[in-house]
Design a protein around this ligand. Structure first.
Ligand SMILES: [Zn+2]
Length: 380
């Protein structure tokens, strides 16, 4: 929802003409990274491609946040007298009012367009700033009405966390900083950092752009690994509860992490690292079992058979494919379909779940009639 415009600029240092994307509206609800960019001075920062002169583009800017009903406008003094600058602020705000109305109503369907219009009347009295620094200083000071300090503010938290990273000179310290700042674990932080990276790239600071981008990647893989580790621990606890003569299939269906090849590697690693002999043995046993199952997971020819099956578009064609590829109703295949259904269920992909469940049902039915026929033949 935030806006930028491609603008023709002439360098105040050397007079060179060039074009830049200039942000004219920051909507913190949808693009929180732009608030961080504003506070850190990255927003509308530009560098002359000819003489490398670096400066802030002093052009009108609207700052908006629904939660705090904050509609702040930076209108440089040279844009005219107070009345003219006020008129400019109002026209910039009214341009996005309709869009905001629509967006907020899609989030809150009980509200009528009229009610939303009334709720948005605060947009008619934007606060005007002469200096961008005044706006930034106030942003850093103001407290959210719904918190004691700035603690629920992602920008403030991220800035503190990034500052802490500045002093890091070892992997150990790096890990400690990541752990100490919960904002690094937020699923939104990588997106936030990538936004900042793009801005840095846009004004030509490749080093900064790379730094933000790398950090985003590190955080993503760290949170992914952590979630996987938690899931694996849960799955191991479930396996430990099953007695040796019981079937493990339900555990495998409920814990899709067990079908990930990385889990085997991780268990072997954990077995080496633990001091407890019994635990190490348990990890090894589970790893062996996973290896066996994963090899058995996709029977030969199933991949091709599934593709042909998916391409068939009539009952006759489906039956022909099933006859041609008996692997489709092998116990291994059915087991594989069930695993896929369970995995899709965990990812909450309803259509995919339905597809695998239907396939399981069809193949199970075919299988039971076949076994029935075999039994008849044998009884002869
Ligand atoms: Zn220049």
């Amino acid at each position: 929802m935030s806006r930028k415009e491609t603008t023709k600029i002439s360098c105040p240092n050397c007079g060179h003409h060039f074009q830049r994307d200039v942000w004219t509206l920051i909507n913190v609800d949808t693009e929180p990274y732009l608030k961080t960019a504003l506070v850190t001075g990255l927003l509308n920062l530009t560098r002359c491609p000819k003489c490398n002169y670096e400066y802030f583009l002093a052009l009108p800017l609207v700052y908006h946040e629904t939660k705090t009903r904050r509609v702040w406008c930076y209108i440089p003094e040279e844009m005219g007298n107070i009345a003219e600058r006020e008129a400019l602020a109002l026209s910039m705000v009214s341009e996005f009012r309709q869009e905001l109305n629509l967006m907020l109503r899609t989030l809150n369907r009980d509200v009528t367009p009229m009610q939303m219009e009334i709720a948005l009347t605060y947009l008619e009295s934007p606060r005007i700033f002469d200096e961008i620094n005044e706006m930034v200083e106030e942003l850093q000071q103001v407290e959210h009405p719904d918190s004691a300090g700035n603690e629920d503010d992602a920008t403030a938290q991220l800035l503190a966390a990034l500052e802490a990273l500045q002093d890091v000179d070892s992997d150990k310290k790096f890990a400690a900083v990541l752990k100490a700042h919960s904002i690094f674990a937020s699923s939104e932080t990588p997106t936030h950092l990538r936004g900042l990276s793009e801005l840095a790239q846009a004004y030509g600071d490749d080093e900064k752009a790379e730094y933000f981008n790398n950090l985003a990647g590190i955080l993503e893989s760290a949170t992914g690994r952590e979630a996987d580790a938690d899931a694996l621990i849960e799955a191991l606890a479930a396996i430990a509860e099953v007695s040796p003569e019981e079937d493990l299939d339900p555990v495998f269906l409920a814990h899709s992490i067990l079908s990930k090849p990385e889990s085997i590697e991780r268990l072997r690693q954990a077995a080496v690292e633990t001091d407890d002999e019994n635990t190490a043995q348990f990890y090894c046993n589970v790893a062996d079992m996973l290896e066996e199952r994963q090899i058995a997971q996709l029977p030969p020819g199933l991949d091709e058979a599934l593709q042909t099956f998916a391409e068939a578009d009539s009952t006759e064609e489906h039956l022909a494919v099933i006859t041609l590829h008996p692997v489709l109703h092998s116990p291994e295949a059915i087991n594989y379909f069930q695993q896929q259904a369970a995995m899709a269920a965990q990812a909450e992909e309803k259509d995919v779940v339905e597809f695998w469940e239907n396939l399981t049902e069809i193949m199970e039915r075919i299988r039971s009639t076949e076994i029935g026929e075999d039994a008849e033949i044998h009884s002869d």
